[in-house]
Design a protein around this ligand. Structure first.
Ligand code: FAD
Ligand code: NAI
Length: 328
């Protein structure tokens, strides 16, 4: 009997790979350090409803991804989002409509990865610290000192710095992963008791600590009672203020929001700050996925392609294709 395949990480890349491998008849086992799936597409439960603090929406440009998103739409996992779009630059706020189709998870971003995970076997709250080779198989060690295995192959589907550490048995792959730095993003959510008097649903921002803001309930399926907004700081501001306290980040980004939104801003009834340490790859690559097929070690994730949801999904497809191809 063949040993199962281990997949480390239940973001969209790991789940994209898991789907293909499972459909091809392989037994897969997933490991995830957080309490739930989704990674940077997870949604945080809060007193004011579920909040998409990471990925805000996604576009589909590759034909294969367009097709799968249409299937997700038919199953009700995603819906099209058509916000009243603005942009802010040089101190000016202006409408910025366009024709781009944008998608969101329905009723929250995490609905997609939750549906993809389905009944696949997964161990949550399990941070893998080492991937090591036994006589014929791979084993995983977790942060609690427990060993998991044996596995025939291992797919590492984490951000590049974490992947690099887990790829120690394949120095070339570890080096490639280590060469992709990832930049942070500070995210803030603010809720107001009564709706803000503005037509803005979402705004691309320049020349400010912020680079994005959106009104949560403009997205389909969200009808939070308080008017909740998600703000993202730019990479450069987030890097410069990496170790700032959450209270100070809230104050600074709330101030930047007040300056640009162009309407009265009452005191929020709810606020939270979240730091994404590995939010986006600093450089783009066309690797698809990394593989040492003879060893049986693989890596995928947005950092192998475009640094977007679509890139992460495509990378998961590519890693599965490489693995299956080697077995033929
Ligand atoms: P991840 O989602 O990071 O998944 C990796 C998983 O591995 C995580 O669940 C993590 O907990 C787990 N993990 C890590 N290390 C270990 C370990 N040692 N053991 C076990 N598990 C581990 N993209 C867009 O297309 N549109 C957007 O609007 C957009 N906005 C964004 C805004 C923010 C603030 C952020 C942070 C990202 C945004 N992105 C956006 C990018 C998008 O979210 C990512 O490209 C995509 O979700 C990455 O998926 P992934 O599976 O490669 O990685
Ligand atoms: P997209 O096509 O909507 O946006 C791409 C970029 O084009 C935007 O960042 C923006 O600068 C510009 N843009 C698009 N429409 C605009 C409009 N109507 N008015 C003004 N500017 C407009 O989406 P795509 O290509 O799928 O990109 C995903 C988004 O995810 C980007 O905005 C990117 O910045 C964001 N992202 C954020 C991360 C973070 O950590 N904050 C990480 C990864 C992606």
């Amino acid at each position: 009997m063949t040993a199962p395949i281990a997949i480390i990480g239940t973001g969209i890349a790991g789940l994209s790979a898991a789907q293909v491998l499972h459909a091809a008849g392989h037994e897969v086992r997933l490991f995830e350090k957080s309490r739930g799936s989704g990674g940077r597409m997870a949604s945080k439960r809060s007193d004011v409803g579920a909040l998409d603090l990471g990925a805000q929406y996604f576009t589909a440009r590759d034909r294969r991804f367009v097709e799968v998103v249409q299937q997700w739409q038919a199953r009700g996992w995603v819906a099209e989002w058509s916000p009243s779009l603005y942009h802010f630059s040089n101190g000016q706020l202006g409408a910025s409509p366009d024709e781009q189709v944008r998608w969101v998870g329905n009723p929250r971003m995490s609905a997609i990865t939750r549906a993809l995970l389905g009944a696949l076997p997964v161990q949550f709250s399990c941070r893998i610290t080492e991937v090591f080779r036994g006589e014929r198989h791979w084993n995983l060690q977790d942060a609690e000192g427990q060993t998991h295995g044996p596995f025939s192959q291992v797919v590492i589907a984490t951000p590049s710095p974490q992947a690099s550490a887990l790829l120690a048995a394949a120095p070339k792959l570890a080096g490639a992963a280590a060469s992709v730095a990832m930049e942070p993003t500070w995210a803030v959510a603010l809720a107001f008791a009564s709706p803000l008097d503005t037509k803005v649903d979402a705004c691309f921002v320049q020349d400010s600590p912020l680079d994005w803001l959106t009104r949560n309930r403009s997205k389909p399926g969200r009808d939070n009672a308080p008017d909740t907004w998600v703000l993202h700081a730019s990479s450069s501001w987030s890097k410069q203020h990496l170790d700032m306290s959450k209270e100070a980040v809230l104050e600074e980004l709330h101030g930047a929001f007040a300056e640009l939104i162009g309407c009265a801003l009452p005191a929020p009834v709810f606020s939270l700050a979240h730091r994404w340490l590995y939010a986006r790859p600093a450089s783009a690559h066309q690797w698809g996925a990394l593989a040492d097929a003879d060893l049986g070690l693989y890596a995928c994730g947005d950092w192998c392609l475009s640094g977007r949801v679509e890139g992460a999904w495509l990378s998961g497809q590519e890693v599965a294709r490489k693995l299956l191809q080697h077995q033929q």
